[in-house]
Design a protein. Structure first.
Length: 272
């Protein structure tokens, strides 16, 4: 198992309460456009139940791992729990802007958690968590390096930057748990396949549900989607690079040490 960067230390959750106000945050808070806003709002809807699934999948094995890793797991639980809380608070902003989200959330929970999670073996659930953590870590890196957050309203940018930085901090925790519990390459690949299918499927479903409520014409939707060339490039990077790296038998999340990206942001946040 590769060691984490020596500067990582213990993973610490941060207590954050972002000031969300629908009178301040506009309906189309990504570049003033409906389609990109819908795509990111869909992540807001997916994240809370997903983060809690991550915690459940790791918690099942916390008594089977080394003491040092158990300490990191506690920090992972704290960070993921707070991410879920803050994104769930943002539901009120989406609804205040006139969107109905309950139907999507019911479908998402029924398929992903009352369906797939209930039927899947515990180790496969953990493997899915590991793969999704890998994807979100690459997305988080791109948010900082590619300037994606520059297009967002400041109040939402702060939430996503904090989330992205902590995703980078704890990106190897679930992976290391799986490595100690069962380092089967086949299990890791099965988790990647299921994670990729469900992430793409629910993200597309959530974004489509929100875009339909905008009542835009097909031409306008296509026009705005074509303008997302830079954003689509980031998505290709997430999935193509994510799968290419993950397919290596000797892969580890800290093969790419980007902790400084997270720590530079978090140092300012902690000071504030």
């Amino acid at each position: 198992m590769r060691r984490a960067p020596p500067t990582l230390g213990l993973i610490q959750p941060r207590k954050i309460g972002f000031p969300f106000d629908p009178a301040v945050i506009p309906r189309h808070w990504v570049n003033g456009k409906a389609v990109p806003t819908a795509m990111v709002n869909a992540l807001h809807l997916i994240f809370p139940k997903g983060e809690r699934f991550f915690v459940r999948s790791v918690r099942r094995y916390q008594d089977q791992i080394s003491p040092g890793l158990r300490e990191q797991v506690r920090g992972f639980f704290g960070q993921e729990g707070r991410h879920a809380q803050e994104h769930e608070r943002f539901f009120a902003i989406i609804e205040a802007h006139g969107f109905s989200v309950d139907r999507f959330l019911r479908i998402y929970e029924a398929i992903a958690y009352r369906g797939i999670e209930r039927l899947a073996p515990d180790k496969l659930s953990l493997s899915v968590t590991v793969a999704l953590e890998h994807y979100t870590a690459i997305l988080a890196e791109g948010a900082f390096e590619e300037g994606e957050l520059d297009h967002f309203h400041p109040a939402v940018r702060d939430l996503l930057a904090w989330h992205a930085a902590e995703e980078i901090e704890h990106k190897a925790v679930a992976f290391d748990v799986l490595a100690e519990v069962d380092d089967s390459y086949a299990l890791r690949m099965a988790g990647m396949a299921l994670a990729t299918a469900t992430l793409i499927g629910f993200w597309a479903l959530g974004a489509t549900m929100l875009i339909r409520q905008e009542r835009l014409g097909v031409r306008e939707v296509l026009r705005q989607f074509k303008e997302l060339r830079e954003h689509r490039s980031l998505l290709r990077t997430v999935f193509v690079r994510g799968m290419r790296e993950y397919l290596r038998r000797d892969f580890h999340p800290w093969d790419h040490d980007n902790l400084a990206l997270a720590r530079d942001y978090l140092a300012g946040l902690d000071a504030a």
